[in-house]
Design a protein around this ligand. Sequence first.
Ligand SMILES: Cc1cc2nc3c(=O)[nH]c(=O)nc-3n(C[C@H](O)[C@H](O)[C@H](O)COP(=O)(O)O)c2cc1C
Length: 307
Amino acid sequence: MHRVDPIGMEDSEEPLEQWEVKGSEGPYAMILTRRDLSTLYPGMHRYTLRLLLGDRTFALFRTNTYEYSPTDPLDAESVARREADNWKSLLSRDPETFFAAHLEQVREPPRSKKNDVLIIQGSPRADGNCSIIAGWVAAAVENAGFSSEVVFPHDLWISGCIGCYQCYNTGFCTFDDDMTGIIASLRNARLLVICTPVYTSTVPGELKLVMDRFQAFHAETILAGRFVKRTGLVCAVSGRTGKDNFTCVTRVIHDFMKNLHIIPGEPVLVDGIDRLRDVRKVPGLKEQIHAAVTESLVAGGTGRHGC
Ligand SMILES: Cc1cc2nc3c(=O)[nH]c(=O)nc-3n(C[C@H](O)[C@H](O)[C@H](O)COP(=O)(O)O)c2cc1C
């Protein structure tokens, strides 16, 4: 359940019921609609309740079927209808309180940043091998005439996704923490590079947490129907020797990228670093990273067009 900044009715919304509510400025129209999002997730429907005067929206409430867990006695449609009853009741008794409460709910959508490339450095070691690689990636981007931003999830305040699915009501997360800035950085970027160590055959926890929280960006793009062409690149380092150490890392990151319509290129996988200790000792690796970044920038088109 979430209230957001009023946004216009979408073509894909099916009107369910309409009520007329008396008000000082004239009769308000209160409209309940349903949007079928089952092409996204099976059985997902989003209900929207709006209070309108002419074409101006004064209040908005949204809820979707995925918000309610199996043991929850509530369901989305009855919650939306109960909210409609609450609105009617409060509007007739105390319209001032009603409008004041709805104005307080307005939240600005996050702003986009201006970087061309987002680099996520997933190791908790700020001076480790993945950081060295992230530095090489940033240098390659700059060399190609583009800008980048490097983020270190371990240095940031980011809550884990709680699976509330409210991002599919609004297009943004219920948490407003450092993840808001990371999403803003991807919004303008044409290339996402993830540098990660192998931790217990997959990615470190904080990096996984960032990937889960990108669900809000998935919701934002799906609801807006706005897909920007982006490419992705994975640079991963393992302690043990053998490319099989990267099976889960590449699977997890590539599935994450595909979910966000990011097309991943051939990953750069550096194994056996427990023996070498330092990626700078791997012959030709810096040049390989440079070439992979340049190729990804070319594949992504690198045009500086806004979203
Ligand atoms: C908690 C932890 C788990 C790890 N798990 C694996 C593993 O499953 N397979 C592997 O090959 N290396 C594993 N490693 C080794 C790291 O992948 C390796 O040290 C990597 O170079 C670290 O990158 P960094 O220098 O950027 O921190 C693990 C290291 C740590 C600290």
